[in-house]
Design a protein around this ligand. Structure first.
Ligand SMILES: [Zn+2]
Length: 425
């Protein structure tokens, strides 16, 4: 037993480096494999090599997703719905080597363990490497899994640009794909039995709860507000304090309110709510001019959609008070309003029990961040496993998960595959 534990961790370490295209995880500038970039494709190529070496059948779909499949020996079973796992290999700019990679690595690791054990799946098993999950290049996330789940609108997306003016369509086609065919990446309901994504937590809730892994029951999706505060520009030297309409001074209590109120509401509600005043534009942003206009971007998340809605109303009411107090006008616009996604209860419960039976204590939780699983869950029974990551740090060169935590992830995925695709079903 001890021998095989060591070798699984060694295997994980080796393949973690390979999938990250490095020889050392200590990379001061982090990892940069943006969506539909040559670097993402390089990581996909390594994934394909590893999967083929393991005897999996690999194909790339019309959205650039790579699907590695273990077909059952009994050819009659190859048409059964697949038991699937997956995540992504693209990163933010200067990000970490575990966000996304952990899910691909552990899924491959689970296949390796089962192959060594002589497991014979009844259903096909799959590791799906989704294309362009992060929204750091283009202002749209999870393109690959949206396409696979049939919820992509190619016309609406094609002209979105990255920082260099390259459109999604151009980047996509420079990878040898055809934008007009992306919707053909959609898969039929009966092709997949269930889907599980494993991901690093990107937070510290598992550790704080004294647990060893997390099972998410829902993904909190955001309400995003764009708040425009109109004051009046004036000379900073000649305008008396009592005669000002300073838009930035009006923004200050609003920012504090958003943070403090979210904390207060979280304490009294069943589900937490987080809210962030995350962007700020000050005009004219000059040393000697009283700020005339401030644009404030606010991101509100909770799996409790009615709580998010209530919070939005509270922000609007606070804006009305500030308008009177600070002699400004405030316009609140909702730019994103996405209902939260509830994952498959039965599957989450199953994953929790599998982990417990292996001796690991679970934390049942929600996901504050979006992942590919949220799109997959719209069509197939899906769930999400979290493993711990050091200091909750993510999208950062120092992002880290231990080999032990990765191994725990592998063990739970092995249990999932055995239960869902084994002979006893
Ligand atoms: Zn991710």
């Amino acid at each position: 037993m001890k021998q095989s534990v060591i070798s699984t961790e060694q295997w994980l370490e080796e393949h973690l480096l390979q999938l990250n295209l490095v020889e050392d995880m200590n990379q001061p500038n982090g990892f940069s494999r943006l969506g539909y970039s040559p670097e993402e494709w390089e990581a996909h190529d390594i994934f394909i090599q590893i999967a083929e070496k393991m005897g999996l059948t690999v194909r790339r779909d019309q959205a650039g997703n790579v699907i590695a499949r273990w077909n059952p020996v009994n050819a009659g079973n190859t048409a059964l719905p697949a038991v699937s796992m997956g995540s992504h290999l693209d990163t933010v700019k200067g990000g970490g080597g575990y966000d996304g990679v952990a899910g691909i690595l552990c899924a491959l690791g689970a296949i390796k363990v089962l192959k060594e054990e002589g497991f014979e799946p009844t259903h096909p098993l799959e590791v799906i490497c989704f294309a362009s999950e992060e929204s750091s290049r283009f202002p749209i996330s999870t393109i690959g899994s949206k396409a696979m789940s049939g919820i992509i609108n190619p016309k609406e997306l094609q002209d979105l640009q990255d920082a260099f003016g390259t459109t999604v369509k151009q980047a996509f086609e420079s990878r040898g794909l055809h934008w007009g065919s992306i919707q053909y990446a959609e898969r039929e309901q009966n092709e997949i039995k269930s889907f599980v994504e494993l991901h690093i937590e990107q937070g510290m809730r598992i550790e704080h709860a004294g647990a060893e892994f997390g099972v998410a029951t829902a993904v909190a999706c955001p309400i995003r507000l764009s708040i425009q505060i109109e004051g009046k520009m004036g000379h900073t030297g000649t305008t008396p304090m009592g005669m000002r309409q300073d838009a930035l001074v009006a923004a200050a209590p609003l920012i504090t309110f958003i943070s403090e109120k979210a904390e207060e509401l979280s304490k009294e509600s069943e589900y937490p709510i987080v809210a962030t005043a995350s962007t700020l534009t000050v005009q004219p942003n000059a040393m000697n001019v009283i700020p005339g206009t401030v644009m404030l971007g606010v991101d509100i998340r909770s799996v409790d959609d009615s709580l998010k809605e209530r919070f939005k109303i509270m922000i609007k009411e606070k804006c009305q008070t500030i308008e009177k107090e600070k002699d400004v006008t405030i316009k609140v616009e909702t730019i994103v309003h996405n209902a939260s996604i509830h994952l498959n209860r039965e599957l989450s419960e199953k994953l929790k029990k599998i982990g417990e039976s292996l001796g690991y204590s679970p934390l049942v939780m929600e996901s504050g961040a979006g992942h590919d699983v949220m799109n997959m869950s719209k069509k197939w029974p899906s769930s999400l496993i979290f493993i711990k990551c050091r200091d909750g740090l993510s999208h950062h060169p120092k992002e880290h998960a231990t080999l032990e935590d990765l191994r725990i992830g592998v063990e739970i995925l092995v249990g999932y595959l055995q239960q869902e695709a084994g002979n006893d079903r």
